[in-house]
Ligand binder design. Structure first.
Ligand code: UD1
Length: 342
């Protein structure tokens, strides 16, 4: 019998790539998504890639009644991967209550249902944002978390605590928080990828939209950081490598290979690249010249962060494998496909 996994936010960027990898490993997937930042067409494309169409339910996880109804009619779910969340840092500063209500209540409702309907395992989408600007680099899972710089970051931190405290209080529960560094790129089929609404806030979607002619110019936020070329450094990971780590994490929970009932892993490549290296790397990988300008720092940005991945590599037996060049090329292939650029 195939193991049934509930993927919340499964039509979103990381969620859709994870659903593909789960299906590839013969899991049965069920998606709940409110489609607030994704399209139902993603289901067609998942089906084109895998030959299987995930079951799909459209509703909001903050609606407890709907969620209970869902668990009453969908039995046999063995684990949950919880992606569904609001994720724009800037918006979270303007609308903190929206972020706290949506991100915290969704997880609380899910854990309530896990206890009520006997679903023991959950994997939570956390972020390296919980480390703030760390005092030492690279960051290990033991690096202390810092006070959150935005309501968005705070929801990741508090949700980690909600999960950890719930696991401690209920011995049937077990959970893994996966701290993502910067996911970029798209599936090699170019059938799924990142589809930001409106003007992209993140670097790589902005780059690909500029290359496609939708945006005039990229703004590089800051060249006066204490880094070799002055621009900020991040650890960019291919979204398919990231997706594969979720399959491994779920397998770990379902086969009782976890070392404690609550675990945390960093998901990155272990390598940091500056904004200017990404801009130049994109030009080199794709042959497309980018129009960019250096402007002032963006409020709330940290200077540099990259992961120590040795614990995740060793414990999960997983490693990010895709080169930066291939990753940037996959992002470009996706952008070309959705804009009909030959
Ligand atoms: C942020 C969040 C992260 C979240 C991610 C996805 C923080 C500290 N980080 O990552 O948790 O998961 O968004 O929403 O809260 N840049 C430019 N020009 C641009 C856009 C970005 O120079 O037009 C620079 C930024 O200043 C930064 C780097 O590119 O140095 C990466 O930015 P971005 O892609 O937005 O990701 P983060 O801010 O690292």
């Amino acid at each position: 019998m195939k193991k049934k996994i509930l993927v919340t936010g499964g039509t979103g960027y990381i969620g859709s790539h994870t659903v593909v990898e789960l299906i590839n490993e013969a899991y049965e997937t069920i998606i709940i998504d409110n489609l607030s930042n994704s399209s139902v067409d993603v289901l067609d494309n998942i089906e084109k890639i895998t030959g299987k169409r995930p079951a799909f339910f459209q509703f909001d996880l903050t609606n407890k009644e709907e969620l209970e109804k869902f668990f009453e009619t969908n039995t046999g779910i063995e684990a949950i991967i919880h992606f569904a969340a609001s994720k724009a840092v800037g918006e979270s500063v303007e609308k903190p209550l929206l972020y706290y209500r949506n991100n915290l209540l969704s997880l609380i409702n899910l854990i309530d249902c896990q206890l009520k309907y006997g679903v023991n395992s959950i994997c939570f989408s956390s972020s390296c944002t919980v480390y703030g600007q760390p005092d030492t680099l690279p960051v290990t899972e033991e690096t202390p978390r810092k006070d959150a710089e935005s309501p968005y970051a705070n929801t990741k931190r508090v949700n980690e605590d909600i999960l950890c405290d719930s696991v401690n209080a209920h011995e049937t529960l077990k959970g893994i928080s996966l701290r993502y560094f910067n996911p970029i790129g798209a599936h090699s089929s170019a059938l799924i990828g990142e589809l930001p609404l409106g003007v992209p806030q993140n670097l790589v979607p902005f780059i690909t939209q500029t290359a496609a002619g939708l945006r005039e110019q990229i703004k590089v936020f800051g060249n006066d950081y204490n880094t070799p070329d002055g621009s900020a450094i991040r650890d960019y990971i291919h979204v398919v490598d990231l997706a594969k780590a979720h399959v491994v994490a779920i397998e770990r929970l379902l086969t009782n290979k976890n070392k404690s009932r609550y675990e945390v892993f960093n998901l990155g490549t272990g390598k940091g690249y500056s904004v200017l290296e990404i801009v130049k790397g994109f030009e080199k990988a794709t042959g497309v010249k980018l129009n960019y300008e250096i402007v002032g720092r963006r409020a709330g940005d940290i200077e540099k962060i990259w992961a120590d991945t040795s614990y995740a590599n060793r414990e999960l037996g997983w490693k990010a494998e895709t080169s930066l060049e291939e990753t940037l090329l996959s992002a470009w292939n996706w952008e070309k496909k959705i804009r009909n650029i030959i």
